[in-house]
Design a protein around this ligand. Structure first.
Ligand code: FES
Length: 89
């Protein structure tokens, strides 16, 4: 996955936008990432990634964390009858 690929599919927010936002704002809580174009306020799929970005936007493993099948995994997430991801505060 590259920097211009979407992390939040619901609001079409790219990894680059989220990293830049997190580096600039340095959020105290992961839920503050929602102020970046509404990321995380839809289906919740991207919330674990948003949390990692909020915690450490310069971590080298972030891009690797977003596997090539990130989008396909979301499709399965949407179909399953399980609790949605939420921000932990
Ligand atoms: S993919 Fe981010 S809220 Fe749905």
């Amino acid at each position: 996955m590259g920097p211009d690929d979407e992390v939040c599919y619901c609001f079409h927010v790219s990894l680059r936008k989220l990293l830049n936002y997190s580096r600039r704002v340095r959020p105290q809580h992961a839920s503050q990432m929602t102020a970046c174009l509404g990321a995380g306020t839809g289906c919740g799929w991207c919330i674990p990634v948003l949390t990692r970005i909020a915690q450490s936007p310069d971590a080298p493993e972030l891009e690797a964390m977003l596997a090539e099948d990130y989008g396909r995994q979301r499709e399965a997430y949407l179909k399953e009858d399980a609790p949605r991801h939420t921000f932990e505060e």
